[in-house]
Design a protein around this ligand. Sequence first.
Ligand code: SAM
Length: 290
Amino acid sequence: MDNISSPKKVKEIMDKYGFKFSKSLGQNFLIDQNILRKIVEIAEITKEDCVIEVGPGIGNLTRYIAEAAKSVVAIEIDKALVPVLKETLREYSNIEIINEDILKIDLHKLIEEKFRNRTVKVVANLPYYATTPIIMKFLEEKIPVESLTLMVQKEVAQRMQAKPGTKDYGSLSIAVQYYSNPNILLRVPPTVFIPRPNVESAVVKLEVLKEPGVHVQREDLFFALIKDAFGKRRKTILNALNTGDLKLDRDLLKRVLDKSGIKENRRGETLTIEEYAFLANNLAEIHNNL
Ligand code: SAM
């Protein structure tokens, strides 16, 4: 495999196709072969694996994935990159490029059509502007995904992995940990990208759980409670939930918190996922017209 990820080669390719980086599409391409190799190692891809890559760019990571995997479907929003990818990936028969917005794609249909509903692994150096919606789409749509190995902004990776009582713990931590087991496995400096981002990055691997980590009767209520609890971080859980979007009655809340064994003067950021699940389940039981 010849190297297309050196800064010189990337510039050559860009000049040949008259390509210009789009900041708004989060185009920061990786130019370090060691990092590319490590991402694929972390993803633990084998010749049995079907892989979805989000945002192949000029195909530098795609090639490493394709060497290790059975087949790869790479979804790239930028039309200008399609002819580039046709050239850089021409020697691989196990890669298909789809020119679409990952946020608009029907993932159930894609997995059915391209992989006959087999479980997939997701690998991506994500565009930073859309990290959270892309991750939540893969987790929430209940598609057969085994793991997501993702390059993201370091702070976002820390939020995904954060535990209760820490400053990074928030609704993203709970949403990600409800569906998966996240682990930061590599820190990545800005110097390995072209152009260099202003932030540090990290590779985080989300091992998707077969069933959510806690039993929740009404997911809509569980997530609405979490949104309200973290919307007003400085308030007690009682005040945050009383004045949030759900507008829960104070006396009702006192009863539900008491039944759940949660002191009303605690702050939302100290509650575990299990406590939020317990709270949501008790609330659903007491107040079934919510
Ligand atoms: N994989 C390449 C690499 O590692 O060097 C490029 C990664 S770059 C950080 C993000 C890529 O995602 C860009 O190629 C960008 O055009 C693409 N992208 C941005 N938004 C997208 C979206 N909504 N759907 C699909 N691809 C997207």
